[in-house]
Write a protein that binds this ligand. Structure first.
Ligand code: SAM
Length: 333
């Protein structure tokens, strides 16, 4: 635990391994040994990946951040009113990133002198350190306890800290990175950690024009491609890999039946890649793909069913003008 000031702290809940790589080595070993090959999207966000994601959020094609920003900026008073900010609470932000949109809610809460503390949780410790600096600079009196943790470790923390009322945020359609059974499992596990007076604000990307969705993950300037390829660069850097990034290409496709946006890294030729830290060489066929990300798109009916079957009820739905994105306020029943 690194104490920064009396107000701000960072608690690391990530498992410490001999290699201290936060699970990257294990994920790479498993994912590149299986067929089809797979790498987890949770490793996108090293310092460079987080920087590239900031650029993605500003791309004209990447509508998600803009739509959710629109919802939270225009309807923040209604959202906070529905949550009840009169009584003390902890605001827990799962996968907080740079908290770009959460800051809209935070500024409103600070201005209204609400009695709350902020608990951003992220798997990226780099990102949390930047966020702590930023929070200290903006709101020096706000109590911030950052948790470096994987989502499911965050649920354990929630379960062990049930005494204070919780308002849990899961913004940015982060839930879309799970496949559907995992998303359902996550919602049900989260529900088990909450008390009846707690609230859960869930940000979801909604089904829309498939072409619009596809372009958001395959932008003309190639930033999403660089973001995807950075995963290989991270493996080279942290696990002494020798991926030749020019020999892999980004590919993204949307399946409108399932509502799944999938991203891949495709090997342009037959090749071998050695990963020093794993003492392992992996073989790629020409045009063999590594599946790197799922981003599910939902309907509101689907959300109601999933949440309902886990013991949540929808209190209120906040959408943008185009019904492209929704922030759904859920209550435990
Ligand atoms: C797409 S960004 C979203 C950030 C912010 N919530 C927003 O809405 O703009 C996803 C964030 O979730 C974090 N993340 C991804 N997978 C995670 C996991 N399994 N556990 C914890 N954090 C994770 C990443 O490090 C990243 O900062």
């Amino acid at each position: 635990m690194t104490a920064r000031t009396t107000q701000n702290s960072l608690v690391n809940l990530l498992p410490t391994r001999v290699s201290d790589d936060n699970g990257l080595a294990q994920d790479v070993m498993q994912g590149l040994s299986q067929s089809p090959k797979k790498l987890s999207s949770r490793f996108f966000y090293d310092a460079k990946g987080s920087q590239l994601f900031q650029q993605i959020m500003e791309l004209p094609e990447y509508y998600l951040t803009k739509l959710e920003h629109q919802i939270l900026s225009r309807q923040r008073k209604e959202i906070l009113y529905a949550i009840d900010t009169q009584n003390p609470f902890q605001l827990v932000d799962l996968g907080a990133g740079d908290a770009y949109k959460t800051k809209l809610l935070l500024s409103e809460l600070v201005a209204s002198k609400a009695d709350f503390s902020y608990v951003p949780l992220d798997i990226s410790e780099d990102q949390l350190n930047l966020l702590l600096e930023d929070m200290h600079h903006r709101w020096p009196h706000l109590e911030v306890q950052a948790l470096a943790a994987e989502y499911f470790q965050g649920l354990e923390w929630l379960n062990q800290n049930r005494r204070q009322r919780k308002v849990v945020l899961f913004l940015g359609s982060n839930i879309g990175n799970f496949d559907l059974p995992e998303a359902q499992n996550f919602l049900c596990a989260l529900r088990q950690t909450l008390n009846p007076e707690d609230s859960f604000l869930l940000g979801l990307d909604l089904k829309k024009d498939p072409e619009k969705i596809r372009r958001a993950y395959d932008d003309a300037a190639g930033v999403t491609s660089a973001f995807n390829l950075n995963l290989l660069h991270r493996i080279n850097k942290e696990l002494q890999g020798d991926f030749d990034l020019d020999q892999f290409q980004h590919f993204a496709e949307y399946d409108p039946l399932e509502g799944t946006m999938r991203s891949f890294l495709v090997s342009r030729q037959a090749q071998e890649v050695h990963i020093g830290a794993l003492k392992q060489t992996f073989r790629f066929e020409a045009w063999e793909a590594i599946h790197t990300e799922n981003s599910y798109k939902f309907t509101l009916r689907q959300v109601e069913e999933m949440a309902g079957s886990c013991g949540f009820t929808i209190q209120e739905v906040f959408t943008d003008k185009t019904f492209g994105f929704a922030d759904v306020l859920l209550r435990p029943v």
